[in-house]
Design a protein around this ligand. Sequence first.
Ligand code: DP6
Length: 328
Amino acid sequence: MSALTATALAHPNIAFIKYWGNRDQSIHLPQNGSLSMCLDGLYTTTTVRFDPQLTADSLVLDGSPVQGAGLVRVQQFLDHVRRLAEKDIYAQIESSNNFPAGAGIASSASAFAALALASTSALDLQLSEPDLSRLARLGSGSACRSIPGGFVEWQAGETDLDSYAFSLFPPDHWELLDLIVILDRAHKATGSAAGMALAHTSPLQKQRVTEAPMRLDFCRQALLERDFTSFAAVVELDSNWMHAVMQTSAPPLKYLLPATEDILDSVLGWRAEGHSVCATVDAGPNVHILCLPQEEAFLRQELSQLPEVLELITATPGGGARLLSVTA
Ligand code: DP6
């Protein structure tokens, strides 16, 4: 058998309704459904080459070889793919991001979405979109939401079989912008897997999870109607719930910096003045300001005056994971 190579591209996504806590950590069966937007302008490109001559899997990320836990996570993921294809061959993986890893932009989402598509295509496994989303989920929960395009919902599901993501609306449904305010480029001290493993220790997690379906319904409806006021209210409520759980976990987790809090306060003030802006924060200090396109110039003007702001990145609703090439 000759070497089989495929290259795929996937966008990261920003969650409007968050995933934080698993029923089964080993296969990322979430405690609640979540909802996100794929981020065009940001992407991971991954080439996978399976070759019978190789004696181990290897990974090169942004030009540097990866060893240790990062490599093990990818090897374990490839084991799922090998099992599905019933093939016992190793792979060389080369992956690159056009955005800073560990910058509060979930790079594991685009990474495992691109890897799922490239690795299955290289082995000529033709998976349906739900099956590809389920597979990506095994690598990283949020990766299942980077398989379909546009505005995406991950249904929590009962088992591995029905826990996958699907597109609610295509990218052109609503011209929302995500202005990502980078305040810190360092890798976060507690990654999301370790952080969400503590969610059950928070006295607030149960209620956050119980009320998540209500917030999902509300957010889906706001998106359908392109109702920014309702959208802003539910997105901020959901982000606050997640950070309240983080801060009341044992030990407590605090991802927000003083500058994060300042920007969140400013966003509230701007909205009170009539601007169509709201904010959400993942497991890191950087702020995702979601807004209508006419607000971008104003926001850039305001934010560029703050010394804590290292970089501003604009993303628009993006498509799903896509295959760039396959060669035998
Ligand atoms: C805060 O998907 O990165 O971004 O499944 O352990 O890889 P693992 O976690 P991950 O968690 C994402 C958490 C979040 C919220 C979200 O994107 O829904």
